[in-house]
Ligand binder design. Structure first.
Ligand SMILES: Cc1ncc(COP(=O)(O)O)c(C=O)c1O
Length: 392
């Protein structure tokens, strides 16, 4: 594989700046989980150098020895300005935000505000597997509302799930993934308004995980859940983590709609003080100064999703892929290959390509794999070549 990506290539595209040798020196999960002969296109890390404004903010902080406890409102302010510039949304009020250590811990805190132990949390399966782990670890029950055949929210299934979740008059929440991981589907304003209406009608509280919001491709428009009519008592989690590859510099914001401000005030001290100060510095710099770098990544991702579609059409035409408008994840329906529930294990064992298996994403995930597009096009080409060879 040394010939696959041997030298730095394209200075305009952050996805083409690192050699495979440099990537293999990384010590984070994506490049360490599997042996060196495996091409890792799985967990949601991006194969990019750190955005320059973020790198500068952190190195300046390190030079100052500025590594104490975090304070202040720079992070929500930077996000509010980003939301205004990118999404034309002015509804993010700094005073209705609180720092949380990361998105998933923020999701759990939000669910604790609006449900009790034993209550139900509705999710749209197939969905990001930790939704199951974190929700059940917090003592809540999952109720699945499967996505439709078109991979979009099925309002009928959602209503059934809301009814089931609210049985006996218990509180219930809906953990919305906006945009959706793993399909990359960007929910429309009309869909989100319909969701808000349904949630209101059934007395279900909405917690929107919007971690992928900055990663919207090809000129499509992200709609913040809290911006739609009827979402006033919603809660949202946002972060620069996915857009700028900052999982190692953790930090996120829990944001309340106007009618959820009282709930937000109940977030316990211990939940909001655990956020990393270096994380906050990095995330603030990303939202404030990282727009140009993000745009370069999004252009690269747009090319990569088209490349993947073309490669699959040529080498694995029975694999179904509907390119998403958001996230850097591709959800591949491999059922026609006849490899059973876990095609990822075949691609790994025979092809030496690591993809996420679909089953942990919940009902409807069997026979699917998730491929991470946030890498060099050369590696995507090599991955599809290996996948095709694995099933030849
Ligand atoms: C939908 C979604 N939520 C949350 C996370 C994880 O966020 P964090 O590391 O901030 O908990 C991810 C990571 O890929 C994700 O895709």
């Amino acid at each position: 594989m040394s010939g696959v990506l041997s030298g730095a290539r394209d200075s305009a595209n952050p996805l083409r700046q690192l050699t495979i040798g440099q990537l293999r020196q990384r010590t984070s999960l994506k490049w360490r989980e599997y042996p060196d002969d495996v091409l890792p296109l799985w967990v949601a890390e991006m194969d990019v150098p750190l955005a320059e404004p973020v790198a500068r903010a952190i190195t300046d902080a390190v030079a100052r020895g500025d590594t104490g406890y975090t304070t202040g409102t720079a992070y929500p302010q930077a996000l509010a300005e980003f939301a205004h510039r990118r999404w034309g949304w002015d509804g993010l009020a700094v005073e209705r935000t609180t720092l949380v250590p990361d998105v998933m811990h923020g999701v759990v805190e939000a669910l604790r505000l609006v449900t009790d132990v034993g209550d139900a949390v509705v999710v749209n399966c197939p969905v990001y597997p930790p939704f199951y782990d974190f929700v059940t670890h917090a003592g809540r029950r999952i109720v699945e509302a499967p996505l439709g055949e078109d991979l979009r929210i099925d309002l009928g299934a959602l209503e059934d799930a809301f009814r089931q979740a609210r049985a006996g008059g218990r509180p219930a929440a809906y953990l919305l993934c906006n945009p959706h991981n793993p399909t990359g589907v960007l929910h429309t304003a009309a869909e989100l308004a319909a969701v808000a209406g349904l949630a209101d009608q059934h007395g279900v509280r909405v917690v929107a995980d919007e971690i992928h919001a900055p990663v919207v491709i090809g000129g499509a428009q992200f709609v913040p859940y809290l911006s739609v009519p009827g979402a006033e008592n919603g809660l949202s989690l946002m972060s620069a983590s996915k857009g700028w590859n900052l999982a190692g510099l953790r930090g996120a914001l829990l944001i309340a709609g106007p009618a959820a401000a009282g709930d937000l005030a109940r977030v316990p001290f211990e939940a909001s003080v655990s956020t990393s100060h270096l994380g906050v510095i990095a995330h603030t710099a990303a939202f404030r100064d990282g727009g140009e770098w993000l745009d370069a990544v999004l252009t690269g991702l747009d090319d990569n999703r088209r490349l993947l579609a073309a490669l699959l059409a040529e080498h694995l035409p029975v694999v179904r892929y509907q390119p998403g408008q958001a996230t850097y994840l591709a959800w591949l329906d491999c059922r026609a290959l006849g490899l059973g529930d876990d095609p990822a294990s075949v691609f790994l064992d025979r092809g030496r390509v690591a993809l996420n298996p679909g089953t942990p994403f919940g009902a409807g995930g069997g026979g699917h794999v998730r491929l991470n597009l946030a890498t060099a096009p050369e590696l995507i080409t090599e991955a599809v070549r290996r996948m095709a060879a694995a099933v030849a």
